[in-house]
Design a protein around this ligand. Structure first.
Ligand SMILES: Nc1nc2c(c(=O)[nH]1)N[C@H]1C(S)=C(S)[C@@H](COP(=O)(O)O)O[C@H]1N2
Ligand SMILES: [Mo]
Length: 253
């Protein structure tokens, strides 16, 4: 399983976030220290020199890209909220893990064009390079995007967050970012991209991250409008004879 130039620094599921939760979200752009961190199998550290990305499947020109190849391509910046859908083992419990950040990287569509993506491709599968167990599952963290979203200009292979290179915990050196959609779709430590004519069949697309609806199961994709109150927070002292300003944020796909 282990590959040259990479090792797991911490094993198992992990969630970190600011002690004040959403009440820490005082600024428009969330400083990285106040942005939650999630991983299912653990954190992976990758030597950037060894990192590469394979693009294969329904493409005319299977391609391997190194970090320097991506760095040489046009870079785009997008500001977007970043939100975790919560635990797939307790999908109805709202966690309000949310922030607003600036990502920078290369459009996924550019990479797919370079690999000469086939017109028969209807889904793009993306896999993380880490390994380990989550719940009773031991397989790659693989997600998929319908082709329409995969080719949308805002979907990028990010190299930076808030003006700084991605740290190993953030999914560096390169991660997928899918603005407007839940964080679960933004694959960290990305190592392979496969063009396919069907959905990916792994646990992270079929068993986890689906919501029951009247018309069947629906993948956890676009974020419906949501909001939080940042202030006042639960332990604030309010004066009975002074007006209190109540404020927060609202967002959605
Ligand atoms: N390779 C990989 N990518 C992943 C995950 C993971 O466990 N492995 N977790 C996902 C989930 S559920 C979320 S919410 C975001 C968290 O990104 P962050 O840690 O940068 O906030 O990464 C997503 N991408
Ligand atoms: Mo998540």
């Amino acid at each position: 399983m282990a590959r040259t130039g990479m090792h797991m620094t911490k094993k198992g599921f992990s969630f970190q976030g600011p002690a004040d939760g959403i009440h820490a979200l005082k600024s428009w752009i969330t400083p990285e220290d106040d942005l939650f961190l999630v991983t299912h199998m653990g954190f992976l550290e990758i030597d950037p020199e060894h990192w590469h990305l394979d693009v294969d499947g329904l493409v005319g020109n299977p391609t391997r890209l190194h970090l320097s190849d991506l760095q040489a391509m046009p870079q785009r910046e997008y500001m977007s909220f970043h939100e975790c859908a919560g635990s797939p083992l307790a999908p109805t419990v709202a966690k309000r893990r949310i922030g607003n950040v600036v990502w920078k990287g290369v459009s996924l569509s550019l990479v797919l064009e370079r690999a000469k993506i086939s017109s028969h491709a209807s889904y793009i599968w993306t896999s993380g390079l880490e390994w380990g167990e989550y719940a009773d599952v031991e397989e790659a963290y693989q997600k998929d995007l319908p082709i329409g979203k995969a080719l949308a200009e805002e979907v990028i292979l990010a190299l930076e967050i808030n003006g700084r290179p991605l740290t190993p915990e953030r999914g560096g050196p390169v991660r997928l970012v899918v603005p407007g959609w839940y964080g679960t779709n933004s694959v960290k430590w990305v190592g392979s991209i496969t063009a396919a004519d069907r959905r990916a069949s792994g646990a992270y697309t079929t068993r986890f991250y689906n919501d029951p609806t009247a018309s069947g199961m629906k993948p956890v994709w676009g974020v419906a409008p949501e909001s939080v109150i940042v202030s006042p927070s639960p332990n604030d002292l309010l004066s009975a004879d002074m007006p209190t300003k109540i404020w927060g944020w609202a967002w959605g796909d």
